[in-house]
Design a protein around this ligand. Sequence first.
Ligand code: F6P
Length: 334
Amino acid sequence: MEKKMKRIGVLTSGGDSPGMNAAVRAVVRTAIACGMQCIGIRRGWQGLITSDFVPLDAASVGHILSRGGTILYTARSEDFMTEKGRLKAVSTCKMLGLDGIVAIGGDGTFRGALALSRLGIPVVGVPATIDNDIGCTNYTIGFDTACNTAIDCIDRLRDTMQSHERCSVVEVMGRNAGFLALYVGIAVGATAVLVPEREFDLERDVVERIRNARLAGATHFMIVVAEGVGSAVEIGKQIHEAIGIEPRVTVLGHIQRGGSPNARDRETATRMGYFAVKALDGGRTNCIIGTRGGDIVETPIEEALEMKKHLQMDRYEVLETVSVTTPAFTMPAR
Ligand code: F6P
């Protein structure tokens, strides 16, 4: 029989996302409920190399459920990419007596988790990234809050674009994925959305849609561009050259990563954190927690890293159909 785990570490790594704190809180309190101690590792994998830790008890994670960011800090560790760094991390685990680690983050975090697990340290991953680009789970912590933040910003932009009868080109985050852009685009009724998963033709996918919107009576236009497509500034210039209007460009940037997590992110983070500890406690290690349908699932890290997540193109069709009304070309009644 496997030896019962007595002490585990928890860390957040990579880009922060709203709900990471809720996940940390759930990990700590579930660990305590399972009779384990919990040590917070600060600054992600880097903290394991530099032995940057803080013991966490139930009270130390009080009042963080609603806070954005991560109380454990986060980093993208270059040192952890090296064998020397990883061996140092293993010796920190041994020194602290850590029987396992819960690693909260995205793709890069899980690559680190796989490397550490191969060196004999049991790891369970919890997916948290505003990009929602992790193949083994329908949902990643922070995505919904980030969508809502972007929607709020774009609604504000729309007020001024409508007043001045302008075109807005808004760049949203998402790294190489278009989930954020597409969901936000649908939710704000964007004139056009450009995502990296779908090759675009400026004339067909942007200019023609602006033209149709104009013919249907619109006097302002909202173009949402995923950062993975390229620079919104560049797209704005191309629109200007093609159709003569002068778009205003807004890059939403890191504002999308901040803010208090919403209901979905608090609830999902709490459940994922709980199930991550239950997995470790049950001896089911080296896996990533995810959701499929409404259920929590566990996928071996190696397999999870191979899984691709595809943007649902039917959503793109929904957007294209609903966002712009087709010009009727009927003469107004006299
Ligand atoms: O992965 C989350 C994310 O916010 C991406 O959407 C974005 O491309 C990247 O991180 C930005 O990273 P950084 O915070 O290092 O600028």
